[in-house]
Structures are given as C-alpha cells and as structure tokens.
Design a protein around this ligand. Structure first.
Ligand code: PHE
Length: 343
C-alpha cells in the first residue's frame, strides 16, 4: 500500500515538472489532491489498520499531500512569473521614438519685473514681506495719516467690502503692518510686492495693478540714503548711466514727499517720444516717513526716521519692454505674454 503512495507521489512530481499552463496545473491538482483522487481516497484504508502502522500510514499520506500541495503552489507562482515576463518582453518601449510636441510656458512680464526688483533689493539686504489684499480702512488709510474725510482718499477711492474693509488701494498699509510687528524696535528694511485695486480704467490705468512698497526705518536715515537707494535701483534696472531726480510732491504718509524720475533710457536724456521730450521718466513716489505714521505705528521719532517708496510694477514693465497698453497684462493673450522670457 505504501508502495503505491510513493508511486503516486513520484508521478505527481514528474507531471508537475512538465507543466506549461495553468490549465494543466489545475488538472494535476484535481488528479492528485481532490477528494476523489487516489491519494485522498486511500485515507479510507486507514480503518483497516491498527496502532503504529495506522499512524505511519496517516503520516505518509499527509506528508505526500503537503509536498504535492507545496509543489503545485510553487509551480503556479513560477507560471505566473513566466507569463509576466513574456508580457513585459512584448511591451518593450522604444525610447528612440520622437516625443510628441509640448509647449513650454513663460513667465508673465509682471512677475519678471517683481523677480528682478526683488533680486536688486535682496542684494541691498532687504527682506521681502507680503500683506493682505483685503485690508482694513484703518491700515489702508488711518495709520497712513489719512483720516476719514481727508481729500487724499478721493484719489484712491476703491472697492469697499463693508464699512471697514476694502481691497487695498496701495501697498503702503504693509508699512504699518511691519512697523507694528516690530514693537517700536528698528531697524526695518523691507520691500513688499503685491496687487492693489483702484476705480480706474484706461490705457495706462487698470482697476487692478501691482506695486512694490519699500520701507527703511533706522536711526540716522535721511533723504540722501533714499536718493542713493533709488539710483542704485534705477541703474540696476534700466542701465548704468541712469540718473535719478526728485521732484517735490505730496503723499499724506511721507514728509517731505517726492516723485522720482529717471533719465530717459531711450534717448539718454536728450528728449524723445518715450519721455515726451523732457528727458525724464517718472517711475515712483517716495519720501521720508511722516512722524505721525511713525508714532501711530509705535516708533519713537526722536530715535528713528525712515524712508518709503512705492514702485508701479506695470509702469516699470511698460517702460522696460515698450508696452503701450496696461490692459495687455490682463488679457491673457499668449502671443503677448510669451515675448518677454529670454530663453
Ligand atoms: N502709496 C503711494 C501711491 O500709491 C506711493 C508711495 C509709497 C509714496 C511710499 C510714498 C511712499 O501712490
């Protein structure tokens, strides 16, 4: 009887070694391991045996069954692996095929200017900070020395959300945020690029546009520092030969206030169409931080002074790239937008 079991075992292993498909494997499983298989049926013979012989017979059947089961499982795994390898071999990717065309995006001229101005001021040791676009009246006006009813509000009549909130009309409120965060302790040296909103709409004014605010607070800061800072900026941005001139102007939060012009980079100052014959181009507003603003924002005016400036981002981009209409920045015409990245 044992002889026959060994025979079955050998037969099964031999057949398994020749298997080449899942179907064949399934047949082998049926032949050798199903309830009706000779191996399983031999269990019934146990009742004719006694004692040790009976135990040994049972063990033999079990060990053969376990061995065949294990070999069947191994064969199944190797068949699956073989199938996978065949599939992968057929699916070879041809890396020499030309790829489909793709278009590379380009930076928006607005962001190119922000990047370049940021780079220049980072080089001078400035930090970059951001402020909220939905602003409190308190920050957009009050802390900047523009109380309710002040005529300077008219120029920046803006988009109000409710009585106390508006879309900021300038980046100058960031000055107040930064100063208050310092609890009266300088120095401060920051620029803050961002979007601002005003009720404007023509070839040179958009209801949304960008500004870069600058603020320096320290002891011993004067107009000379402001002028040399603006000169360094103008030369880095528009060429080594640029000169800066300051004209007296008015902003409620600076005293004295100036508008800064740079010598025309088109004609070198002789007078041309770009500078409207004057030789000068207006680029920004600036001034010494008004003592009222310093005090409202917690700085001791006996110790600290500062200067601030505000640069129009689109204005700089229009000058630098020769763009004639500010609305082009916001029409998302790719033919326009893709012209300014060099690569
Ligand atoms: N906030 C001013 C404007 O929008 C510009 C400015 C900034 C002027 C800082 C002086 C100092 O016109």
């Amino acid at each position: 009887m044992n002889e026959r079991l060994h025979q079955i075992h050998e037969l099964a292993l031999e057949e398994l070694s020749k298997v080449s498909s899942m179907e064949e494997l399934q047949n082998i499983r049926n032949t050798y391991l199903s309830k009706k298989s000779e191996l399983m049926q031999s269990m019934s013979k146990m009742k004719d045996l006694q004692g040790e012989e009976r135990a040994k017979f049972g063990q033999l059947i079990n060990s053969i069954k376990m061995d065949i089961t294990q070999k069947v499982e191994e064969t199944r795994l190797s068949l699956e692996e073989k199938k996978l390898q065949e599939k992968l071999a057929k699916e070879v990717v041809d890396f020499t095929l030309p790829s489909s065309d793709y278009t590379k995006g380009s930076k928006h001229p607005f962001n190119l200017i922000v990047d370049e101005v940021s780079r220049i001021f980072i080089g001078m040791g400035y930090d970059i900070v951001e402020g909220p676009e939905v602003e409190l009246d308190h920050f957009n006006f009050e802390l900047l020395n523009v109380p309710k009813g002040h005529p300077a509000r008219d120029m920046q009549d803006s988009f109000y959300i409710d009585e106390t909130h508006l879309m900021r009309s300038q980046t100058s409120p960031v000055q107040a945020h930064v100063m208050l965060s310092k609890n009266g302790v300088g120095p401060i040296k920051i620029i803050s690029p961002g979007k601002v909103y005003r009720r404007d709409d023509d070839a040179t004014h958009s209801h949304q546009f960008g500004q870069i605010e600058g603020l320096v607070i320290d002891s011993n800061v004067n107009m000379g520092n402001l002028l040399s800072t603006l000169e360094l900026f103008a030369r880095s941005m528009f060429g080594e030969k640029r000169q800066v001139r300051m004209r007296s102007s008015y902003f409620p939060f600076t005293e004295p206030s100036v508008e800064a012009d740079i010598s025309c980079f088109e004609c070198g100052g002789k007078g041309c169409k770009l500078c409207k014959g004057t030789g000068w181009i207006e680029v920004l507003g600036a001034g010494m931080v008004h003592p009222n603003v310093l005090e409202m924002c917690g700085f001791d005016t006996k110790v600290y002074q500062g200067f601030a400036f505000g640069i129009g981002i689109e204005r700089v981009a229009m000058l630098k790239y020769g763009i004639d209409d500010i609305r082009k920045f916001y029409q998302n015409d790719k033919r326009f937008l893709s012209q300014f990245t060099k690569e």
